[in-house]
Design a protein around this ligand. Structure first.
Ligand code: ZN
Length: 180
């Protein structure tokens, strides 16, 4: 869970990062940036900030902001009914993103979240700089991380059903609880 104050602070910080990356964000959009702590209550360590630009029954466009040393936990997008699951392209706008997917262990520049190594099983490292992008197939496990300067990314995908995403860490709850 996060507090209302924590949520507001994170929204403002994310909006500033997104604007500095060159993407226009209205005040109304800034106020609805989703602050996701994955139910772990340590947003700065494991979390992500999400601004949804387009969400229809078929496609989704989001801007993702990761703070310094923030990690989006390992997850995958499972099939839902007739849909094989979300296919997603992540394109970096600013900062450097350390991306981990299935493949040979080339882990070098990122870090594993303290005491959570078993929940980060993908160790094939792909370093993405501004203008670089990666396309993930439905069901493909992935996690990613920003280091010193944080990062801003676009996510272009088929329909997103975030609440149904699956995570390696069984403690994760995708629905965010805001308390005061
Ligand atoms: Zn994903």
């Amino acid at each position: 869970m996060i507090t209302g104050a924590e949520q507001k602070r994170a929204q403002e910080r994310a909006a500033q990062m997104i604007r500095e990356s060159g993407i226009r964000v209205s005040d109304e959009e800034a106020e609805r940036i989703e602050v996701v702590d994955f139910g772990l209550s340590r947003l700065d360590v494991e979390g992500v900030q999400v601004l949804t630009l387009v969400q229809t029954e078929r496609l989704s466009v989001k801007v993702l902001a990761l703070f310094t040393n923030q990690t989006e936990p390992e997850h995958w997008h499972p099939p839902v009914g007739e849909d094989p699951g979300k296919e997603e392209t992540v394109r970096v706008v600013s900062g450097t993103v350390y991306f981990y997917v299935q493949g040979e262990n080339t882990f070098e520049h990122g870090f594993l979240v303290e005491d959570k190594k078993e929940h980060y099983t993908m160790r094939h490292e792909i370093i993405l700089k501004p203008g670089d992008q990666i396309t993930l197939q439905p069901g493909e496990k992935h996690w990613f991380q920003a280091r010193d300067e944080g990062a801003v990314m676009f996510s272009f995908s088929t329909v997103a059903r975030d609440a149904l995403d699956q995570f390696t860490d069984p403690n994760i709850v995708r629905i965010v609880k805001v308390v005061d």
